[in-house]
Design a protein around this ligand. Structure first.
Ligand SMILES: *[C@@H]1O[C@H](CO)[C@@H](O)[C@H](O)[C@H]1NC(C)=O
Ligand SMILES: *[C@@H]1O[C@H](CO)[C@@H](O)[C@H](O)[C@H]1NC(C)=O
Ligand SMILES: *[C@@H]1O[C@H](CO)[C@@H](O)[C@H](O)[C@H]1NC(C)=O
Ligand SMILES: *[C@@H]1O[C@H](CO)[C@@H](O)[C@H](O)[C@H]1NC(C)=O
Ligand SMILES: *[C@@H]1O[C@H](CO)[C@@H](O)[C@H](O)[C@H]1NC(C)=O
Ligand SMILES: *[C@@H]1O[C@H](CO)[C@@H](O)[C@H](O)[C@H]1NC(C)=O
Ligand SMILES: [Fe+2]
Length: 474
């Protein structure tokens, strides 16, 4: 780090320049100390402990070769497709998904594929992925996986047809892991009276890499843990650092191996060439998923894809432009401080130009919401490198507080920078509730509170249709 943004000034050859910048920083610190709210809520800082292998949430469904770890995600660009994934342990079994709509009862069948992988001395079960296409919008479907005497049935509801005033409710979860706290976060999401219909997951899934040799059994337990939600509503996946599973010391040199075998995403539908960056439309939202851990410099595949992607977003069709990534750009926690900086320098200009409404990230195990700010004036020599209020800029939300084994990130930078509107080291989840093309209601819920309690909230005004200053509406 330290190559870009603020720090590039200090690597310039002029010592005078360094002095000016340092002075500037000190002055800024003085001016900026009237930042937002650092929550006074004090959480008991007990350690997050992984749930043991024999926990109820990890139980294996009964029956020979029973499908387990069932999860769904969007399977096309507009929401008429669903990817169904599941694992069978004893034999490959069937790749087919049987499905029927609540009304028609006429059963149809879609054929999928099966993959396996080895990781050090672990051999995966049979991982099935089946894309169901051309579903009707806004319809409840039942589906069945497995064969013979051991089949299992689930259901999902397809989103309404893409359109500018379609209400839709997204849940936000990040850095979940599989501790008792993770289970609380998921339970709170499930019981939140504002029912989320789709989870936007901002990366760091199982934390299997916390075990010796990245014991991939913990990828299996995680799949069983989230099934109770992810089999019934799509989880939109973002890759985090804990998906890398890059471990040359045991011969594992292909990054993202377990993740890419287990979690398929519809990246080809948005003309992406890799599953780490892609986009979907869902109801009135256009969602762009980026990868903090894939190359993003100029001329890289991700850069070229994103450059071509932004102009495709039609705010008359999808007013809400949402970006997901793992490593946050505006984080005022000492944990992972500035890790998102080089990507911010590459892409922030576009986010402002194309008026992204909100950016959700994870990685930092705490909660933070920013003001609408940008920091794009800097050009190596002008020294203009302070975040400024910018009504074309997104709100940045860090929601890496799912509750994994690494515990809370409770060491914040002081003073709280001006761009930071609210920050708190507690586990929780959030909900982004789109009402129409101009308004969306956002709320963050900490695990210590009752299911309906909002610890932080904001009325969002759409950046294209209603670009008023909404940052003070908290
Ligand atoms: C993998 O190797 C480790 C270390 O030798 C051992 O503890 C573990 O039981 C092995 N797992 C399997 C599935 O063989
Ligand atoms: C996880 O949460 C669910 C729902 O609240 C509960 O039924 C289950 O017992 C919990 N399991 C563990 C291991 O905490
Ligand atoms: C993907 O590329 C094809 C061929 O250029 C084009 O027809 C299609 O509209 C593109 N899809 C998206 C979602 O950009
Ligand atoms: C697992 O996570 C804990 C908490 O962050 C850490 O102390 C420990 O070193 C990690 N273990 C491994 C094998 O990564
Ligand atoms: C908090 O973070 C700062 C900066 O990284 C570090 O110097 C300090 O020791 C940390 N404090 C604690 C209590 O960990
Ligand atoms: C959009 O939703 C907001 C919040 O519910 C409401 O106040 C506003 O009247 C709605 N706009 C239209 C055009 O319905
Ligand atoms: Fe992370």
């Amino acid at each position: 780090m330290g190559v870009l943004g603020l720090s590039s000034s200090s690597s310039s050859s002029s010592a005078g320049m360094v002095l000016v910048v340092v002075l500037g920083l000190l002055l800024n610190a003085a001016v900026l100390c009237n930042g937002g709210i650092t929550s006074a809520f004090v959480r008991v800082l007990e350690k997050s402990v992984d749930m043991p292998l024999n926990s109820d949430v990890f139980s294996i469904p009964p029956g020979y070769n029973a499908p387990q770890q069932v999860h769904i995600t969007q399977g096309d660009h507009v929401g008429k497709g669903v990817i169904v994934s599941w694992v069978t342990m004893d034999e490959p079994g069937s790749n087919a998904v049987l499905y029927w709509s609540e009304n028609s009862k006429q059963k149809k069948s879609a054929e999928g594929i099966v993959v396996t992988y080895k990781y050090y001395n672990y051999t995966s079960g049979y991982i099935h992925h089946c894309t169901i296409k051309n579903l009707k919008f806004n319809t409840k479907y039942y589906y069945e996986v497995g064969m013979g005497h051991t089949t299992r049935q689930f259901w999902f509801i397809t989103p309404p047809e893409v359109g500018p005033d379609v209400p839709y409710t997204f849940g936000l979860i990040g850095d979940l892991g599989q501790t008792y706290d993770s289970n609380k976060t998921l339970t709170h999401y499930e019981l939140n009276p504002t029912k989320g219909k789709t989870v936007l997951f901002v990366g760091d899934l199982s934390y299997a890499d916390n075990y010796s040799f990245h014991d991939n059994v913990r990828w299996d337990t995680w799949g069983r843990f989230i099934e109770r939600s992810a089999a019934y509503q799509p989880w939109i996946w973002t890759a985090g650092n804990h998906e890398l599973d890059f471990e040359p010391s045991i011969g594992e040199t292909k990054p993202f191996k377990p993740y890419t075998h287990r979690y398929h995403v519809p990246f080809r539908a948005s003309n992406s060439t890799a599953p780490f960056w892609y986009s979907i439309k869902r109801a009135s939202a256009y969602i762009i998923v980026l990868s903090s851990y894939s190359a993003y410099g100029k001329y890289t595949p991700q850069y070229r894809w994103l450059e071509a992607e932004f102009p495709k977003v039609n705010r008359n069709e999808t007013p809400w432009l949402i970006v997901l990534m793992h490593s946050p750009w505006y984080n005022s926690n000492n944990y992972h401080y500035k890790e998102g900086e080089s990507m911010r320098v590459m892409y922030e200009q576009w986010f402002v130009q194309y008026k992204v409404d909100v950016v959700f990230a994870g990685h930092v195990h705490a909660y933070e919401r920013s003001e609408r700010v940008s920091n794009i004036a800097y050009n190596i020599v002008n020294g203009v490198c302070t975040p400024v209020n910018d009504l074309s800029a997104p709100v940045y939300i860090t929601i890496g507080d799912g509750g994994n084994i690494e515990g809370l990130a409770n060491n914040m930078t002081l003073p709280q920078p001006k761009y930071s509107a609210y920050r708190e080291a507690s586990f929780g989840h959030a909900v982004f509730d789109i009402k129409n093309r101009t308004h969306a209601y956002y709320s963050w819920h900490r695990n210590q509170d009752g299911y309906a309690v909002e610890a932080d909230s904001l009325w969002f005004s759409n950046r294209y249709w209603d670009p008023v200053d909404d940052s003070k509406s908290a």
